[in-house]
Unconditional design. Structure first.
Length: 509
């Protein structure tokens, strides 16, 4: 939980810092330095800056951190032979600590940490370190992949030096044996002796005792005296128990007949013929050594059991079992329903989009890493080109807006000129239009600015655009004479309150 909290807190912090620094810097350059006299809608630019900040804060932050980790690990693997052991060990420890940084979620951090630990363990093994920290690293590496026995030797060397082992250390030794399918005879005998002293016969120690019996170690008779009565008392005839009976057969006397009958019965049932032919053959040998009466009796019991099974009607599957079986068949790909094909067809484009997004993000991260390795002159030149592109785009947008404003003013002027001359001039009203744009937010900002400069009678007029959308027109005052309106507008330009204007003449309502 703490790692997740660090992860999201760091990303929110990075995104906020980028948004406050880069965002405000770009907007300041655009409004105050590049285009100080332009009035334009910067909503698109604000969203673009927000997207860039979130991308760098949330996605690129982690990708760059992961790439740095992999680069550092690769560098360590390449130069570790020529480096001083103390220096290499310090770098490995720093690398392991970095996997717990805010760059990674717990799952991803563990994956990277496992890579570093495995490489670290190989290095410590190559230089022959066996201190407490080295043993801890060997253990971590062994637990990643117990089937690889590379780090087994130093751990066993440590256990051989201890007089008593804890329960967790014994569990680790059992894991080592299980990973190698109990092939280490010395370790099998060593652990069997410990568990005999502790009188432990359980699910985890039973395979160990069975392997010790099959190996015919010096503890065989003691294991038979300890474990066999417990199995017979429980009347167990499962796979492990049957194999234990077979291995202990040469060492028993009192229960020999009962054990032989159990093995002979398993031979007649024929269950092991396909599962374990060698064991089936062993049971067959036991069956053949029985007397003919015993053989006939056991064969009849098995046949009677089969006949009773045929006569009994057993309802094997419940409704839940059938549903679970269908799910398992679909999971294994044995059957597919039409709904599965529809789901697969619907999910296909989303998977492709997800792969494309991952590809673009990884390529962007690679480009950022390459960009970060360049010198300062290249970085400044690239930043300048980007700013020039932004300014050019905004200027082009502003030019288009001004053209539309001029066109709107001309249309308003033509409309005023088309008004019949017979109308009495006293019915006309003249107003000054100082701006026209497609952004209501920008228009309201201009109105507030004009009012702060002491202008009165500033108002907003909306008209529909021919290409779709709405014109937001800022106008000032109402005059009965056109000359008065023009004189007032020139006075505003002289005071630098406005930059341009149109005289709009309308019939007074």
């Amino acid at each position: 939980m703490f790692q997740i909290l660090k992860y999201f807190t760091a990303r929110l912090w990075a995104s906020s810092i980028l948004l406050l620094s880069l965002g405000y810097a770009v907007l300041y350059v655009l409004h105050e330095a590049a285009l100080p006299s332009a009035q334009f809608d910067d909503t698109t630019i604000q969203w673009a800056l927000f997207s860039v900040s979130v991308f760098f804060g949330f996605f690129a932050f982690g990708l760059i951190g992961e790439q740095k980790f992999q680069n550092a690990l690769h560098l360590l693997k390449t130069k570790q032979r020529s480096a001083e052991p103390s220096s290499a060990i310090t770098q490995y420890e720093d690398l392991i600590r970095s996997s717990r940084s805010a760059c990674f979620l717990p799952g991803k951090g563990k994956q990277l940490r496992d890579q570093a630990i495995w490489s670290y363990a190989e290095y410590l093994l190559s230089i022959g370190h066996d201190d407490s920290r080295a043993v801890q690293i060997y253990l971590k590496a062994f637990l990643q992949a117990p089937e690889r026995s590379k780090f087994r030797a130093p751990l066993l060397a440590l256990f051989s030096q201890k007089s008593e082992l804890s329960s967790k250390e014994l569990d680790l030794l059992l894991v080592m044996l299980k990973a190698e399918n109990f092939n280490d005879e010395y370790l099998v005998q060593y652990l069997a002796e410990i568990f005999l002293q502790q009188k432990q016969f359980s699910e985890k120690t039973e395979p160990l005792f069975l392997k010790a019996l099959q190996n015919k170690s010096k503890l065989t008779e003691e294991i038979v005296r300890f474990a066999l009565p417990q199995l017979m008392a429980l009347k167990r005839f499962d796979e492990a128990a049957i194999k234990f009976y077979a291995a202990s057969l040469p060492y028993v006397q009192d229960d020999e007949e009962e054990i032989r009958n159990a093995l002979a019965k398993k031979y007649c049932e024929g269950i092991w013929a396909g599962m374990d032919p060698n064991f089936h053959q062993l049971c067959g040998e036991v069956f053949l050594h029985l007397s003919p009466e015993s053989q006939k009796k056991i064969s009849e019991e098995v046949e009677d059991g089969r006949l009773a099974g045929k006569l009994r009607k057993i309802k094997l599957f419940t409704r839940e079992d059938l549903k679970q079986l269908e799910k398992l068949k679909k999971k294994l790909g044995i059957t597919r329903s039409p709904i599965d094909w529809i789901k697969k067809a619907i999910a296909f484009p989303f998977r492709q989009i997800s792969r494309l997004a991952n590809f673009l993000i990884l390529k962007s991260a690679d480009m950022l890493i390459v960009f970060g390795r360049q010198n300062l002159r290249f970085k400044l030149a690239t930043l300048l080109i980007v700013l020039i592109g932004i300014v050019f785009g905004v200027s082009f947008n502003e030019l288009s807006t001004q053209k539309e404003q001029i066109k709107s003013g001309l249309e308003s002027k033509k409309t005023a000129e088309k008004t019949p001359r017979k109308e009495n001039r006293s019915n006309k009203v003249h107003t000054i239009q100082v701006a026209a744009g497609t952004s209501k937010k920008q228009a309201n900002r201009l109105i507030k600015s004009l009012k702060k400069k002491g202008l009165e009678g500033v108002y907003l007029v909306t008209t529909p655009r021919k290409s779709g959308g709405t014109w937001y027109k800022v106008r000032v005052g109402e005059f009965s004479k056109q000359e008065d309106a023009r004189r007032f507008a020139k006075n505003l330009i002289a005071k630098k309150s406005i930059k341009s204007y149109f005289i709009i003449s309308q019939i007074k309502k």
